[in-house]
Design a binder for this molecule. Sequence first.
Ligand code: TYD
Length: 215
Amino acid sequence: MGVKGLLITLEGIDGSGKSTAAKHISTQLQEIMPERRLILTAEPTGGEAGKILRARLSSDGPCSSPSRRMEELFLFMADHADHLARLVCPSLEEGAIVISDRYADSTAAYQGVTLQGIVPDPVQWIRSVYAPWNMPPDLTLFFALDPALALKRMRSRQEREKFEQLEFLRSVNENFRRLVALEPGRFVSIDASRDAQDVAAQALKRILKRVQTSL
Ligand code: TYD
């Protein structure tokens, strides 16, 4: 039997530093395990639905009408399905370690906010739509950071994406915390308020521990 694939996802609000950490982690992990196939990926992806989403993310604020919000949810879901079919599942079958910067939990957390007042308990509703067909991660690192601090960090960024507003991020953060509480065995919280190197080191340590237990 070949090596078992491992799916690790990185989650957190905008500005939590997970994308920077993802690059450090994958470089260091590849140095530690040069023989292991490692895939660093992200959602939204570069696929068809992902491209539509990326183009929209630079617009003004969360979409206003219920039908546009539903459209956006299904674009994120279509992108996730495409990600599974095109990259995640085939790579896991080949025994790779797949690290995804955002995954289905981002949809539950973010669209769990945009769908409020449209569907009852949107976080659970989205989870139930994903449940029959999603590939569950083996480990999810939640980059925990106070939304006010996350926003302060993002002030230095040139462009502001539409979800990067304090009240919105507070609600997204609440949803993430709820997801962590629902599945404490899958999530590990990382203190993302520390400096970038320290955050990446904490994350790498957790990942290595999980890789070792899967061998
Ligand atoms: P991304 O480019 O990963 O932002 P960041 O660099 O801050 O991590 O993601 C773009 C935005 O899309 C981000 O604000 C989160 C949002 N998003 C959703 O609303 N739903 C989703 O399912 C995903 C994957 C992302």
